[in-house]
Design a protein around this ligand. Structure first.
Ligand SMILES: *Cc1c(COP(=O)(O)O)cnc(C)c1O
Length: 461
């Protein structure tokens, strides 16, 4: 109780020279909040009897206020180091943008021709900036971009089948996470869902028998984040298109994580590209900008002109329209796909997914060698075999062989290692494993090295 009385009052603290200095460079409210929070903390420590008199020295309290203020003033959204090996990590911002997108952002620091036609001096459309590129890359007649793929599905359903029925296989009524469920999205867009087939098997005849005069659409949804194995059957896109032609109905495919590259050529996985769906005759395809495409959060709609054009007039479009920052980074990402080799190198998501294990091993070993020199002896780094994942509801069964860095520290549990690295100046996220902590070099960026070394250095002592 004696120490409690020694804790200075807010007004007094505000007059200390160090705090006056802070007030010169920061909003008063923020400095005040930092002072109050530090004093509150001191009071509760004093009440618990754990406050030495030295902690109340002006210099000590002022130093705590300085660090509290820098916490309060720091942006909430910040860079982290992804050592999990999950390439499209939904909680860590999905795809890392290619360098080309950085230069493209420059346009947002000036006025731009976002909705201005420089040729006719008339009103332009924001959607014209990427449509030709998307048509060129996918072979589609028309394209439209929106805020994300959930919005793309909502808009496509609303435009193609509102007030009528759409037929979907029971095996494809997926929940993506974050409460995006296909049956709910259908209801929201005013479409009546007709479920056909069973969880594991759906045949063309199931769709055919379900067609009524009220049917407006045949829909196929990519399973994305799960797989059905064993006794299964699904209707392939070509068969679906033939059925659509027979019944005079358009076919919509929600691809989720669409890819503009046939990844089966680089990965042990069958995943047809968007072009292959268009080539098969699918009328409308929707996919994400920040999954396998490796760009910003976006929803991309490509397909037949007669079906995509009405979406450009749909009232919902305004509510889900894309911002110029996204448009700029999406255009820069898409442009890289004009040269497939370039795309595989320059787009981090593709580079990480296709990096051979030998290259990861070499990078990992180099990393360990350079880190070791800067680490205290209590911290040990060792390489071992493991697997990485695509993540983001893409390629769910794919296990990519990798080489992991096992971090062990004398006297620290793996949970404590995890906690300390997560609380580093640049937070590091990895995997907890029995008896240690693992970092996967697959998802580490070149620029992460210095901050990773600094974070690992905090593990000793
Ligand atoms: C991811 C996904 C969505 C949602 O896409 P977002 O870009 O995250 O909005 C919709 N459908 C499928 C099949 C998906 O995999």
């Amino acid at each position: 109780m004696e120490t409690l009385k020694l804790i200075p009052k807010v007004d007094k603290v505000l007059n200390w020279p160090q705090v006056q200095h802070l007030l010169a460079g920061h909003p008063r409210e923020l400095v005040l909040a930092a002072v109050r929070s530090v004093l509150d903390r001191l009071r509760s420590r004093a009440r618990q009897g754990g406050l030495p008199a030295a902690a109340l020295a002006e210099a000590a309290v002022a130093a705590e206020i300085v660090s509290e203020l820098s916490l309060l003033a720091a942006p909430s959204l910040k860079r982290v180091i992804n050592g999990t090996g999950i390439v499209i990590h939904t909680n860590l911002g999905r795809s890392v943008l290619p360098e080309a997108a950085r230069a493209a952002l420059e346009v947002a620091f000036s006025y731009s021709n976002l909705e201005f036609d420089l040729e006719t001096s008339g009103r332009g459309s924001r959607y014209t900036h990427v449509e030709p590129l998307l048509c060129e890359l996918t072979g589609a007649e028309a394209a439209l971009v929106v805020n994300n793929n959930a919005a793309a599905v909502l808009l496509a359903l609303g435009a193609l089948a509102s007030g009528r029925e759409a037929i979907v296989s029971r095996g494809e009524l997926v929940e993506i996470g974050g409460s995006f469920r296909i049956p709910d999205v259908m209801r929201l867009s005013g479409v009546t869902l007709t479920e056909v087939g069973t969880t594991n098997r759906t045949h063309a005849k199931d769709y055919r028998q379900a067609v009524t005069p009220e049917t407006a659409l045949l829909m196929k949804v990519h399973r994305s984040n799960f797989s059905v194995l064993g006794f299964t059957a699904e209707v392939e896109p070509e068969e679906m298109v033939a059925l659509g032609a027979e019944c005079n109905l358009p076919v919509l495919v929600d691809l989720g994580s669409g890819s503009l590259i046939d990844l089966g050529r680089f990965l042990p996985y069958r995943e047809p590209s968007v072009q292959q769906y268009i080539e098969a005759g699918v009328d409308v395809v929707t996919f994400s900008g920040d999954k396998l495409l490796g760009g910003p959060q976006a929803g991309i709609i490509v397909g037949k002109k007669a079906l995509v054009e009405p979406m450009k007039m749909h009232p919902l479009l305004r509510a889900v329209r894309m911002d110029k920052l996204t448009l700029a980074t999406l255009e820069a990402t898409l442009a890289l796909y004009r040269d497939q080799r370039n795309a595989l190198q320059e787009i981090p998501t593709l580079r990480m997914l296709t990096e051979p294990v030998a290259a990861i091993a070499e990078r990992g070993t180099g990393l360990v060698r350079r880190l070791r020199r800067r680490l205290p002896p209590a911290v040990t780094l060792k390489m071992e075999d493991g697997v990485s994942q695509a993540g983001g509801g893409s390629l769910p069964l794919l296990e990519l062989p990798t080489r992991l860095i096992r971090v062990t520290v004398d006297g620290l549990s793996e949970q404590e290692i995890e906690r300390r690295l997560r609380n580093a100046a640049v937070p590091v996220l990895g995997r907890i494993s029995k008896g240690g902590y693992l970092l996967d070099p697959r998802t580490l960026l070149d620029r992460d090295l210095d901050d990773l070394a600094a974070a690992l250095a905090t593990l000793a002592g």
